[in-house]
Design a protein around this ligand. Structure first.
Ligand SMILES: [Zn+2]
Length: 293
């Protein structure tokens, strides 16, 4: 079971979120049948979205992070609720995988240059929308840049997905979000920078058997630390036939009529969980009758 844990230093100057998102990244790779580089990009983004969603204060809130680059991966996105439950998709799950010279997956090349959009929906009022250029394409650096430019919160983000070279399966996935709060003074910043410099990669920490709490403590080495909260998170899609039916019912009468006349029914695939929904001619006619009332 995946987990997010959040810790704060007892002086309130630094907050750290850590996630073990192994099940989430694995499930996403199975649903979308992703290539290694697509598994890594989507897994990293799901980890970030889950941690960022869990920071939203109102229960009805959600966050939607979308990368739109000119690389072969195409656009990909993740949506998380305020409990950190998350779902996502990638336009080209079969994107060819390339590596850096050191053997690491070249996620940046697959993503390419373009825009990152972050939308926070608070369940009421206007959503917040931030758009920034993709600065790296390795995802974590882009999340760090988002916080620096759009929210003015000094942040260090680390994300990682470990993929088995033979089976191409997701073995481990996780993330870390270290954020300086307004009370942080220079000595705190120096200590955090020194800690960040010593940190292993997220997947190395997970591979050593470190928990999300252990990762938080490593990031906050030398500080007195309090655990703020801890909760289980999952890859969840809330789609249902009822919701798809409502989408069809919102379409123009002529389009629904065309589905009946030309296709004698309709098929819809959920882009987040790949579930297929079918509507018979009779079900479509019933929608039309209701619409005409
Ligand atoms: Zn779905």
């Amino acid at each position: 079971m995946d987990k997010i844990i959040r810790c704060i230093t007892s002086d309130g100057a630094v907050m750290v979120s850590a996630i073990d998102s192994t099940d989430i990244a694995y499930k996403a790779s199975v649903i979308h049948r992703t290539s290694p580089v697509a598994s890594a990009a989507l897994g990293r983004l799901l980890s970030a979205a889950s941690m960022m969603g869990a920071q939203l204060k109102s229960a009805k809130s959600s966050i939607n992070i979308r990368f739109e680059g000119d690389g072969e991966l195409g656009a990909f996105m993740a949506v998380a609720d305020s409990y950190g439950n998350v779902k996502g998709f990638v336009t080209n799950p079969a994107c060819p995988t390339t590596h850096y010279e050191n053997g690491k997956l070249n996620v940046a090349e697959a993503v390419g240059a373009g825009i990152v959009s972050v939308m926070k929906d608070f369940g009421e009022g206007e959503p917040y929308i931030g758009k920034i250029p993709i600065v790296s394409g390795e995802i974590a650096e882009d999340i760090t840049n988002y916080y620096a430019t759009s929210e003015q919160i000094p942040t260090v983000c680390a994300l990682g997905v470990l993929i088995d070279k033979e089976s191409e399966q997701v073995l481990l996935s996780g993330g870390l979000l270290i954020q300086l709060l307004p009370g942080a003074d220079d000595s705190t910043i120096d200590k955090i920078e020194a800690n960040v410099g010593k940190l292993d990669s997220v997947t190395s920490m997970l591979a050593k058997g470190m928990s999300a709490l252990d990762m938080c403590k490593a990031a906050l080495d030398g500080f007195e630390v309090e655990v703020l909260d801890e909760f289980e998170v999952k890859y969840v899609c809330g789609c249902s036939k009822e919701k798809i039916r409502n989408l069809i019912a919102a379409m123009p009468v002529e389009e629904i009529q065309a589905m009946i006349d030309e296709n004698h029914g309709a098929e819809a695939n959920c882009r987040f969980c790949n579930k297929q929904y079918t509507f018979s001619e009779g079900e479509l006619s019933a929608i039309l009758t209701e619409k005409k009332k």
